[in-house]
Design a binder for this molecule. Sequence first.
Ligand SMILES: *Cc1c(COP(=O)(O)O)cnc(C)c1O
Length: 399
Amino acid sequence: MDAQETKKKPARGRLFFANPGPTNIPDSVLRAVSQPTVDFMSAGFLEVYDGCMEGLKRILKTQQHVFFYTASGHGAWEAALVNVLSPGDTLLVIETGYFSMGWAEMAEALGIKIETVPADWRRGVDYAALQAVLAADTEHRIKAVGAVHNETATGVALSIPAVRAAIDAAKHPALLMADTISSLGSFDFRMDEWGVDLVVGGSQKGLMLPTGMSFTGVSEKALEVHKTSTMPKHYMNWTAMMGRRHKSFIGTVPVSLFYGLRESLRLLEEEGLDEVFARHHRLAEATRRAVRTWSGNNGPQLFCLDPARYSDSVTAVLMPEGHNAEAIRKICFDRFNVSLGGGLGPLGGKVFRIGHMGDLNEPMLLGTLASVEMALQISGVPHAKGGVDSAMSYLAESV
Ligand SMILES: *Cc1c(COP(=O)(O)O)cnc(C)c1O
């Protein structure tokens, strides 16, 4: 049957939401955000807020500074750039894919000069090439290095310690900025130990919250550099924020999101962060095994070609030549009420993405994988059967 002929039936049962962000919101978080309005200066709320600040620092693994923003992740990116850079400064962007390009585009619009370390999107950057670019910058024009920890568009992760090592080996003073929007709370990240100066994170991925809140972790070094930044800024100016009781927010505080954050932090810590990471790894590995099986008979393949860089929060699946990923997404959504991520930018139509981050367990993932396998059959895409079996065999054996 042609993908166009499938009709969306009235959906029954759960929507299997397998986008790589936003993600499923746990029922207890939904209940938490439905709290009635309270005064954001009330003692009751301040206690919740301060607890969230401390809890988030434990997730970031930092004892330095955190600033919150009422904005999606892009807002925190902008806050990171305007608070430490000045017009005409150079930002070195490590190319990873759609999101690194977006970061560069934003910086350029702000009057920041961009240099890029190019990379093959399926393999990720060569750390020696990064080190060479930094070593060649003897005048230290590069003020910061922008790294996307997990490129959500490709399912290729970057080693932040390797990026730090390249900066150190080049003896370069640039700040290290890391976008952890689709990795924080899903796999390992350590702000202080890894020497990250600026961490950008958002609410609606591994933290399992509604969209609308983002934050930056900021090192002492970055806070010093902030004092010299001449970029125009007001709403997201850290100096102004530090003068407020919440040490963030020039206007109204989004209290509902903090009730939600308190609950999502409780869930993460109840399970234990290492257990959370192990669960993400299991579900990611099961997904990869399914895709590897489908890739027989010239079927769809893993977009990421380097096993050392597989992402544990999202898998991008590359369609065989001549087959459109959008047809698979449409069948999954219309017939099975399963929502998958599409290809972003130049990968549009070429890949679909299975998000496996946040509030997810084995049967939820297996339902999604089974729907994809059925969609491959329905749309006549070449593949080998048995992807779901590969995932089940692996999951049955791993705890
Ligand atoms: C989702 C995402 C963003 C964008 O965040 P928004 O909340 O949509 O603004 C940026 N970077 C990465 C790596 C992401 O996954």
